[in-house]
Design a protein around this ligand. Structure first.
Ligand SMILES: C[S@@+](CC[C@H](N)C(=O)[O-])C[C@H]1O[C@@H](n2cnc3c(N)ncnc32)[C@H](O)[C@@H]1O
Ligand code: SF4
Ligand code: SF4
Length: 342
């Protein structure tokens, strides 16, 4: 189903017993060589602590082909996706699969050696950067002296890719939120988009995050800049939900989260029930119907999961007018199968 149709289906028939995800998120490998202190999946476990095996490139391509039948947009994440031993072969396969958006999220450490290929096959590169303080970067990421310089150098090189949109992405914690407007300005000076999400422990922000020095001001700043046309990822509505850490209507079936071995985390990464393996049931819609039968309908959650995709899709689906505003703001291609909110 094309993106525009899938969007309408999620808007008009949110409870349909079909998946039709707007975006597939594939955890290419759980391995990672960073030690970000905030790193946490929906259960509070750091991603690199997961042990599921990754697939060979040939199997990954088989998996992507299965996903492509029902989903137009693909994001690779992890762990650190660039640590998959055959990541270049996986990336090389993308043009033949004809996804709309092809996105990769990385900590930037290994980026420069893959940059030329990334620039040929990815529509969007998301590089994490939480601070411009060299000491903090060294302490958080665990890579020793020169950490910040190496990441900044990779980001500057990525900003020169002619066809790939660059997003600089930060996690706002009590310790770094005061410094994040500076990171946003660094991104904008390079022509990149700035994304910023609150730290979650499991599914909820740590106590006191919203009250911490600079947190609300950070999101006020981003909302103001967004309204003035700066490239800030997420809609103004989603930024308000993050500022307030308030309840929002999650639509988990807009996304499908897939582990390295091809098993689906149902209805979302955060709840992560066994949704079946795509090699055993190579059709996302049939897999959805089976998961629905086994586990019952996705829950109506409370105030949690202020993460990139959950918030982005919720704000678009609840307030379709934000889609129009996004387009007016100059966010590209939202109605041509290139959703601007991811
Ligand atoms: C799990 S990482 C995987 C990709 C890559 N290793 C990276 O860090 O960019 C994907 C995104 O999740 C974010 N993230 C990790 N733990 C988080 C947490 N506890 N709260 C909010 N975002 C988090 C990271 O900053 C990153 O932008
Ligand atoms: S780089 Fe990404 S996966 Fe690795 S520890 Fe940091 S947030 Fe977690
Ligand atoms: S709020 Fe959404 S993403 Fe979070 S657990 Fe509930 S359904 Fe999953």
């Amino acid at each position: 189903m094309r993106s525009e149709l899938a969007y309408l289906r999620h808007h008009l028939f949110p409870d349909a017993a079909r998946w039709d995800p707007l975006l597939a998120i594939y955890y290419l490998t759980w391995t990672c060589d960073f030690s970000c202190p905030y790193c946490s999946d929906g259960q509070g476990t750091p991603y690199p602590a997961h042990k599921a095996k990754y697939l060979s490139a040939a199997r990954v391509v088989d998996l992507l082909r299965i996903v492509r039948k029902n989903c137009h947009n693909m994001e690779f994440t992890g762990g650190e996706p660039l640590l998959h031993p055959e990541v270049d072969r996986v990336l090389e396969s993308l043009p033949s699969l004809a996804f709309g958006e092809t996105i990769l999220t990385t900590n930037g450490w290994h980026l420069e050696q893959h940059l030329e290929l990334a620039g040929r096959v990815l529509t969007k590169l998301v590089v994490s950067l939480d601070t411009l303080d060299a000491d903090l970067a060294q302490r958080w990421y665990g890579k020793g002296p020169g950490t910040l310089e190496r990441i900044l150098s990779a980001i500057r090189a990525a900003s020169r890719l002619p066809k790939t949109e660059l997003v600089v992405s930060a996690v706002a914690t009590r310790e770094n939120c005061r410094g994040l407007p500076e990171v946003a300005r660094f991104a904008w000076e390079l022509g990149a988009t700035f994304a910023c999400y609150p730290e979650l422990r499991g599914t909820v922000a740590p106590e006191g995050l919203r009250e911490s020095d600079g947190y609300v001001e950070l999101y006020e700043f981003l909302i103001r800049q967004k309204r003035q046309g700066r490239k800030v990822f997420a809609t103004a509505k989603a930024l308000e939900w993050m500022r307030d850490l308030s309840d929002f209507p999650c639509h988990p079936s807009t996304l499908v989260a897939i582990s390295p071995d091809g098993s689906v985390m149902w209805p979302c990464l955060e709840i992560g029930k066994d949704g079946g393996n795509l090699f055993e049931e190579p059709d996302l819609n049939r897999l959805y119907a089976k998961a629905l039968e086994t586990h019952g309908p996705p829950p109506r959650c409370g105030n949690q999961c202020h993460s990139a995709c959950s918030l982005g899709f919720a704000s678009i689906l609840e307030h379709p007018s934000t889609l129009i505003r996004e387009v007016a703001c100059g966010v590209r291609g939202a109605l041509q199968g290139k959703p601007a909110w991811i």
